[in-house]
Design a protein around this ligand. Structure first.
Ligand code: UDP
Length: 315
């Protein structure tokens, strides 16, 4: 089996590279390194079956040889990143998905799209099942990401229906773990690095907004199962264990055994007020559900950040 992973040097992409190599696949990793980092994959250089190409998939994707799978994970994914690169975000969701689908068609490969819970926007249905069409503001600051991924889903279904390409769509809910960038602005790396450094926690809004956090190993297992299945409609993958962000701030301080001051900042525009996946489809079709509890996952992620900062304990 030979598997292409776009965005393979990113947080999720690099964990997928590890997993597919471990499962005996050859892995071709491509990334333009805007938000991906070589350090996420440097342990794979020189390893049998691993190839890396620095490439911008919005231009043209050239991969010599056969491919069995194309996993399209290239995209800025943290709000900070897509606020910084709104046009690149739209391009990789639209043009990049088109190129990746064209490549999958040409190679006769199965295509898997990394979509997102952001397709549900600020949801009016809770928890969110795949049948919910969402509540997205197309012209707000998050629109570049949300609409790019919604377009990507539409393009994927068009290639499936019109060209008969074998496709999968995973809607990924908030996922965390080692290799997130400390400064990417998302709440998990933000709170962990703030508590480790003894800085104030930046709590946006009143902290009553909710998220449901999934540990990366659980997500990767779900993606592998989805790829192996023959299910072509979108599937939510995430952990339904829902917390307010204020509660999450407590969890991080408790796991690290250190308390810091809390600094209130304004809630970003269009920040979803609630988010929790309905994972009935994943349970039924893939026999999947997350296994790593929040405190355990945060402990493992904290170890990564402590090592990043050259510390053995907070402070
Ligand atoms: N958040 C926060 N402080 C931070 C970063 C994020 O309170 O330093 C909040 C943010 O407003 C949102 C939640 O945490 O309600 C999750 O934000 P994140 O950027 O991780 O991902 P999102 O789910 O919004 O894409």
């Amino acid at each position: 089996m030979r598997t292409l992973i776009t965005g393979g040097a990113g947080f999720l992409g690099s964990h997928l590279c590890d997993r597919f190599l471990q499962d005996g696949h050859e892995v071709v990793c491509v990334d333009n390194l805007i938000s991906g980092r070589l350090r996420n994959i440097e342990h794979l250089f020189g390893r049998d079956g691993f190839t890396f190409f620095k490439m911008d998939v919005t231009n043209f994707i050239h991969v010599p040889g056969t491919l069995d799978h194309v996993l399209h994970f290239a995209s800025p994914a943290s709000p900070n990143d897509y606020f910084r690169y709104p046009i690149q975000t739209l391009k990789v969701g639209a043009l990049g998905t088109h190129k990746a689908l064209g490549l999958a068609r040409e190679k006769g490969a199965t295509f898997l799209l990394a979509s997102t819970s952001e397709v549900y926007g600020d949801p009016t249905v809770h928890p969110q099942p795949e049948t919910y069409w969402g509540n997205v503001n197309p012209i707000g600051p998050r629109g570049c990401y949300d609409e790019a991924k919604r377009f990507a889903e539409a393009m994927t279904m068009a290639y499936h229906r019109h060209h008969g390409v074998d496709t999968r769509i995973v809607r990924i809910f908030n996922t965390y773990g080692p290799r997130m960038r400390a400064g990417d602005g998302r709440v998990v790396p933000a709170f962990l690095s703030q508590v480790i450094r003894g800085e104030p926690l930046t709590l946006f809004g009143d902290g009553s907004q909710t998220r449901s956090f999934c540990y990366v190993d659980d997500l990767v297992e779900g993606i592998v199962r989805l790829l192996k299945s023959d299910y072509t409609d979108p599937v939510n993958l995430g952990n339904p264990d829902e917390h307010t962000i204020a509660e999450f701030a407590e969890v991080v301080q408790e796991v690290l055994g250190r308390r810091v001051e809390v600094r209130r900042e304004p809630l970003p525009v269009d920040d979803p007020k609630v988010r929790r996946p309905d994972i009935s489809v994943a349970r039924r079709v893939l026999g999947w559900e997350p296994r790593v509890p929040l405190r355990e996952g945060i402990r493992r992620t904290a170890e990564y950040f402590l090592a990043e900062f050259g510390a053995t304990s907070p402070g």
